[in-house]
Design a protein around this ligand. Structure first.
Ligand code: ADP
Ligand code: MG
Length: 251
């Protein structure tokens, strides 16, 4: 019997004006697992993630989430279905506080009103405020809750963004280089945080450059090079795979 994957990417192709960014991509993500996608710069990792979250439409192929096709759905619809994502560049409201940012994320999931209602007026519901405050506490960001996010360090911004995802209780969390540009200390805190999320059973796809992060977290690794998956396997299998080393050293 076919296994029920949370995410099932089949034969996805994406071309940008002659550049074949993705070639026949197949990727299956099991419930509760952390699936890493690694590969050199320009390999197509972010493009792949964007085809899952609806920012890009694949030229051919299909993306299924819990057996339901995502192709043709908007990023917002996909988010409402239970897919949350952390982008390569943090997307937070810099002139609002941490607490307000987390509240907006919670309301966006519940009401689907991310870009339309005046944010400040929305941010007033006690239950949501309490949950948002608790989430910041869990992230070690509680002491900063009433500060404007514009002043945060890169690591704190990234953790805030993860908090904004978690408050949505997603079924699938996608992270595009969550530790990019972080100091080692912040990277380690983020690894600990992602481990805790894993214990709660959340399914994750993580795009990551830092092999320390990948090998700390991943159950399964797909290796992308020049738009194609050149290897996949457990961290142990990938570590010893000569094709992977070649892609990194030669790429
Ligand atoms: P990665 O995330 O693995 O570094 P990307 O998915 O960002 O790689 O990019 C893969 C390739 O596709 C690169 O050659 C990049 O320049 C190209 N690319 C990405 N997005 C676009 C776009 N919107 N238009 C044209 N080319 C793009
Ligand atoms: Mg990228």
């Amino acid at each position: 019997m076919a296994q029920n994957f949370v995410l099932n990417v089949s034969d996805v192709n994406k071309n940008f004006g002659g550049l074949q960014a993705l070639t026949n991509i197949n990727l299956q993500v099991e419930e509760g697992k952390t699936h890493a996608v690694i590969g050199p710069n320009g390999a197509g990792k972010s493009t792949l993630l964007n085809t899952v979250i609806g920012r890009l439409v694949p030229d051919t192929g299909s993306v299924l989430f819990d057996g339901v096709t995502l192709t043709g759905k908007s990023p917002h619809q996909i988010n409402q279905m239970g897919v949350a994502r952390v982008f390569q560049t943090p997307e937070i409201f810099l002139d609002l506080t941490l607490l307000q940012n987390v509240e907006i994320a919670a309301l966006a999931k519940r009401d689907g009103a991310f870009s339309f209602k005046p944010f400040r007026a929305m941010v007033s519901e006690t239950a949501i405020r309490e949950e948002a405050a608790q989430m910041l506490q869990d992230m070690g960001l509680h002491h900063l809750r009433d500060q404007m996010t514009g002043n945060l360090s890169r690591g704190d911004k990234r953790r805030l963004e993860i908090a904004m995802c978690l408050i949505q209780h997603p079924r699938l969390l996608l992270l595009d280089e969550p530790t990019a540009g972080m100091a080692r200390h912040d990277t380690n805190r983020t690894i600990d945080l992602l481990k805790r999320i894993k214990e709660q059973g959340m399914t994750k796809v993580i795009i990551e450059h830092d092999m320390h992060v990948v090998f700390s977290l991943a159950d399964w690794i797909s290796v992308l090079a020049q738009g194609a998956i050149i290897a996949e396997g457990t961290p142990e299998e990938i570590k010893g795979n000569p094709k992977v080393q070649e892609a990194y050293l030669g790429g």
